[in-house]
Design a binder for this molecule. Structure first.
Ligand SMILES: Nc1ncnc2c1ncn2[C@@H]1O[C@H](COP(=O)(O)OP(=O)(O)O)[C@@H](O)[C@H]1O
Ligand SMILES: [Mg+2]
Length: 202
């Protein structure tokens, strides 16, 4: 049987430290694994379109179209980067995935079921982490130009959706309200344990 890698997804609010922690996690895991560190929106054609045309107020698409764009980017990213890396047995760390669509577009009036349906062709991740930082804290951290999603009100609702999937056991919560090194250590311990479990099933 072909060797298969492990697909790890890091989720969280804007400014919760996903990009910081995904990089620190990759650094720690690369001692024992070949890693692909990647992110959504991707660097493919559709990902570029999303970054240029979906994230800031003056250029926003209707919410349904926005959700379809993210789903389309996810598929392109899967075929161009994620699946080839997994087929080579790599450990893929992806900064944001389907739960971001559920949490963000789900809060823009779309049903979670429809969002799940349009993402049904995307690969199922093996390990999904939610880096939890209070919405008030992330808004404080974000000094750069804020996207349309980065208001306290939206971030509070987004966290509620994420926590719903934590309660269901689909996302594993890691406390992100600590200094970077402490979060990185906790994340590494959690993910290492889950990798051991995942390896039994692949
Ligand atoms: N644990 C932390 N404590 C304080 N600030 C942090 C922490 N982790 C990240 N940051 C800072 O918060 C900002 C957002 O981090 P980033 O990793 O870009 O988050 P995300 O990718 O989730 O939006 C950055 O300025 C980063 O340096
Ligand atoms: Mg980021």
């Amino acid at each position: 049987m072909a060797k298969k890698g492990i697909f790890i997804v890091i989720e969280g609010l804007d400014g919760s430290g996903k990009t910081t922690q995904a990089a620190l996690l990759a650094e720690k895991l690369k001692k024992n694994h070949n890693i692909l560190l990647t992110a959504e929106p991707s660097h493919g054609k559709i990902g570029k379109f999303i970054r240029e045309s979906c994230l800031y107020e003056n250029t926003r698409l209707p919410t349904e179209a926005e959700a379809l764009m993210f789903a389309a980017d996810r598929i392109e990213h899967m075929y161009s980067e994620v699946k080839p890396a997994l087929d080579e047995g790599k450990l893929v760390i992806c900064d944001r995935y389907i739960y971001s669509s559920l949490a963000y577009q789900g809060n823009s009036g779309l049903s979670l079921e429809w969002i799940k349906n349009i993402n049904a062709r995307s690969l199922q991740p093996d390990i999904c982490i939610f880096i939890d930082v209070p919405p008030e804290k992330v808004i404080e951290r974000l000094q750069r130009k804020k996207s349309v999603m980065e208001t306290l009100e939206i971030q509070k609702k987004v966290r509620e959706v994420y926590m719903k999937y934590v309660a269901k056991g689909e996302l594993v919560r890691v406390d992100g309200d600590k200094d970077k090194e402490q979060v990185a250590e906790a994340l590494y311990r959690t993910v290492s344990g889950l990798i051991e479990v995942a390896q039994k099933y692949i």
